[in-house]
Design a protein. Structure first.
Length: 94
């Protein structure tokens, strides 16, 4: 996930700041995700009204609030055993 330079602007923003203030200031900035992009305004708008006390608070909220496009293949795990009724590779014990 990349904020394309917006992290510097968030770091110098005056806190505390509400999500509405941040959306007004940076809402159009794009967050680059693994499978696409999303605006800061879309992420913060989805999470409702919050007050942030630092840029780190905003960064952590953005990281937790992005959509599924931020991860690789959805529902994929090379660690889980096949579900009941599924055929899969035999488990190997090391």
């Amino acid at each position: 996930m990349r904020l394309n330079g917006t992290e510097d602007q968030l770091a110098t923003h005056e806190y505390p700041a509400t999500s509405g203030e941040l959306i007004d200031a940076y809402g159009d900035a794009r967050i680059e995700l693994q499978n696409g992009s999303e605006t800061i305004g879309a992420v913060l708008g989805r999470l409702g009204s919050e007050t942030f006390h630092s840029a780190d608070d905003v960064w952590m909220t953005l990281r937790g609030g992005v959509g599924h496009e931020a991860v690789g293949r959805r529902f994929y795990s090379d660690r889980d055993a096949p579900a009941v009724g599924e055929d899969g590779p035999e488990q190997v014990s090391f």
